[in-house]
Design a protein around this ligand. Structure first.
Ligand code: ADP
Length: 215
């Protein structure tokens, strides 16, 4: 099982790429933004606390996002048992849970403290992060893309001021996470300024190498 973090500023295309990779490689895709939006839609106590913060483009507190991620990691992926010789498809036919080939996390960590928390959560599940893929896109292109997305997404946080605030927060709080991963040797940066398919091909190339090294 391979564990990947996909990283990038708002508008870099993390969600799109994570979705494509999840389909291609049979990875479990966990997006903290999607988990939070789901809580907001369902008007759960966590969702009600998160809603106003998200609408302003601020980061929600770790006390909200960490339990959500923890729950998703535990519920949606069962640990593969190395001694288990049963074919995964066989298992599914018998109604047992499908075990994905890996896990791709999008939207987390956004601070250095979240990066440390993620390592802790993974170690408790006897797993570790194999690779952090950072999608690099120039700021002007980020703003252009979010504007384009805003016209169709209907997301309350896709307005001019909030978009700029989210990108500023990324520069201040999230960018340092890249240095954290660079030092640990896990970071791979991919040019994401072009078409979706081009970026996807670059990431796939990287991940194939990571998977090969893990064999
Ligand atoms: P984007 O990358 O375009 O900002 P996301 O869907 O990843 O979109 O996140 C939307 C919002 O959800 C963020 O602006 C923030 O308010 C909240 N959020 C998502 N992930 C986290 C996180 N790891 N920590 C704090 N807040 C988060």
């Amino acid at each position: 099982m391979i564990n990947i973090v996909i990283f990038g500023a708002p508008g870099a295309g993390k969600g799109t790429q994570a979705q494509l990779l999840a389909e291609k490689f049979d990875f479990l895709h966990i997006s903290t933004g999607d988990l939070l939006r789901q809580e907001v839609r369902l008007a759960t106590p966590l969702g009600l606390r998160a809603q106003a913060i998200m609408n302003c483009g601020d980061l929600v507190g770790d006390d909200i996002v960490v339990p959500l991620l923890d729950r998703a990691l535990r519920q949606r992926s069962t640990l593969p048992n190395p001694d288990d010789a049963v074919d995964p498809w066989d298992r599914e036919l018998k109604g047992e849970p499908h075990r994905p080939e890996g896990c791709i996390i999008d939207g987390f960590p956004r601070t250095v403290s979240q990066a440390q928390t993620l390592e802790f959560m993974f170690s408790r599940l006897q797993r570790k992060i194999d690779c952090v893929v950072a999608i690099d896109v120039p700021r002007d292109e980020l703003v252009r893309r979010i504007h384009e997305r805003a016209a169709i997404s209907g997301r309350a946080d896709d307005t001019e001021d909030v978009i700029r605030h989210r990108i500023d927060l990324y520069d201040q709080q999230t960018q340092p996470v890249l240095d954290y991963y660079r030092v640990s040797g896990m970071l791979v940066t991919v040019d994401g300024s072009g078409e979706i398919a081009e970026t996807n091909a670059r990431i796939c190339q990287t991940l194939k190498l990571v998977m090969k090294n893990k064999e």
